[in-house]
Design a protein around this ligand. Structure first.
Ligand code: MNH
Length: 179
């Protein structure tokens, strides 16, 4: 996972719980003197270990924690990659372009990023079906990112997950009602 994702977690933890907790988490789960550089890659297990500790500290489940993180991550990425996010003028427009536009741009900007495969399609004017597929199995983070995207466009959303790779399905499916 790229450093940019860790830096977002760092910002969220420091803003909500303070620097001391973040220092403690780093000490527990990372090699000494760990510094996250956005464009560099770090082990996925390190992010999972940090997020697991955060979930324990907050008394939240891992899915709840990853959802909250994903929601925050959208605004963090939107700030860092303003020109990419500003290409889109609606929630639907952006969600339909995650794979072919946004993550294609990410592919050009970052060296060998690990991205999911996302296939979004319109069911009707207020419903989008989104299929998420990734060996990293971060569907809860994806769901949070979708919430964050809705907040960005001031839209309300209702998201139902109808299949999940954590429950034996081959992919994760979300039915997104918006508007
Ligand atoms: Mn995107 C990683 C989903 C918008 C840039 N993105 C991920 C991951 C998920 C994801 C899930 C975690 C990796 C995985 O599951 O395999 N991303 C989304 C969704 C939206 C989205 C559902 C919109 C909603 N992503 C964006 C935007 C940007 C962006 C906007 C920036 C312009 N995403 C990234 C980067 C990574 C990433 C950078 C990290 C890649 C890596 O660590 O190698």
């Amino acid at each position: 996972m790229k450093g940019v994702i860790f830096r977002c977690l760092e910002e969220l933890v420091i803003e909500t719980k303070g620097m001391d907790l973040w220092e403690e988490l780093l000490e527990q789960h990372c090699p000494s003197d760990r510094v996250y550089i956005s464009a560099q890659s770090y082990p996925d297990e390190e992010l999972v270990a940090l997020a697991t500790s955060v979930s324990k500290t907050l008394n939240l489940s891992m899915p709840e924690t990853l959802k909250a993180f994903g929601t925050y991550l959208f605004s963090f990425l939107a700030k860092k990659h303003t020109s990419i996010v500003n290409e889109f003028h609606s929630f639907e427009d952006l969600i339909l372009s995650i794979d072919k536009v946004i993550h294609s741009e990410v592919q050009k900007l970052y060296d060998e990023p690990n991205l999911p495969v996302i296939d979004a399609s319109v069911l009707d004017s207020e419903t989008i079906k989104l299929i998420y597929n990734s060996p990293r199995q971060l569907c809860f983070c994806a769901e949070g990112l979708i919430y964050g995207c809705a907040q960005h466009f001031n839209e309300s959303v209702d998201i139902q997950q109808t299949t999940c790779s954590h429950h034996g399905d081959s992919m994760c499916t979300f039915i997104i009602k918006h508007g």
